[in-house]
Design a protein around this ligand. Structure first.
Ligand code: GUN
Length: 281
């Protein structure tokens, strides 16, 4: 993550020399404590790399209409290049309606259906930060060419599982997705050269799910009580699998920081492409 942040920092300097100040707007609705922590980290990292960040906080009782109006205002503001609405939203607001309202060119989360569709077709669109960062981690460990490797994705969420599978396919991996209705999860996981766990089940993946030398990416962040203390663990039993794997990401400190680094990279990408569009006009 630190390497990516340094790359972004250098690129920001170049953009600023061209007269563009990349800017990310983060919208936070309600008072979910974890969301507040995530947003604070995003704003801090933006500052670190020289990206301007704007934070918009709305009350948990804000209406969908108020949120949509905020998004419209940010869509029309040409100095804002990236818009991120922190999830989850309060239950009374339709998440999909909100995500669809964001201008796809400013959708640094890559959640708008235009970007989801683009990813599925292999176009150069904004892609979700977590899985895109995971590809970077995998290439760091396995080299640039992931062709022919069997990648097993555990979980099928819109935020991680599905885009992860699409990105791995783009890298010419053989991709399996396993989920709560899959019959023989353990057998399939045992065939994995790459295993990406994103299910939200603490320590579900133990050593007997893996073949020796597998590369494991743990996207899970679960708070558990252990020996009377609260601590964060992943979907993988880190201590149990450690000796068996080629490489594994820790929780916390693995995928999380990389996700934020890729958010910065996406903001840069969005700023670049909006600048090119203005040059055409
Ligand atoms: N909440 C948890 N993960 C994410 C993410 O990747 N993007 C947004 N916007 N909210 C999240």
């Amino acid at each position: 993550a630190q390497i990516v942040l340094e790359e972004v920092k250098t690129e920001v300097v170049t953009l600023k020399q061209q007269g563009i100040e990349p800017c990310l707007a983060v919208v936070l609705v309600g008072d979910d404590p974890a969301s507040h922590v995530y947003v604070r980290n995003k704003v801090e990292k933006a500052q670190y790399v020289g990206i301007r960040s704007l934070e918009f906080r709305m009350d948990a009782t804000a209406s969908a209409q108020q949120l949509l109006e905020q998004i419209d205002a940010l869509n029309s503001e040409s100095s804002v290049h990236g818009i991120l609405v922190q999830l989850p939203l309060p239950a009374h607001i339709d998440e999909s309606l909100v995500l669809q309202r964001i201008n796809p060119n400013k959708d640094v989360d890559g959640f708008h259906s235009e970007n989801v569709g683009g990813l599925s077709q292999g176009s150069d669109v904004l892609t979700p930060c977590t899985p895109t960062g995971c590809i970077r981690l995998l290439k760091d460990s396995l080299g640039e060419d992931l062709s022919g490797l069997h990648a097993v994705v555990v979980g099928r969420s819109n935020i991680v599982g599905k885009p992860m599978a699409a990105l791995l396919l783009q890298e010419n991996c053989t991709v399996s997705i396993v989920h709560s209705k899959t019959k023989n999860i353990q057998d399939i996981c045992q065939q994995a050269d790459i295993l990406v766990a994103a299910v939200g089940r603490p320590k579900m993946i133990t050593a007997d799910y893996l073949q020796s030398g597998a590369v494991v990416i743990d996207v899970g962040i679960n708070r558990i009580q252990e020996n009377g203390k609260s601590r964060l663990v992943g979907d993988v039993d880190y201590e149990d699998v450690f000796a068996k794997v080629k490489a594994i990401t820790p929780v916390p400190g693995g995928v999380g920081p990389m996700t934020i680094a890729y958010l910065m990279l996406n903001t840069l990408k969005a700023a670049h492409s909006q600048f090119k569009e203005t040059c055409k006009d």
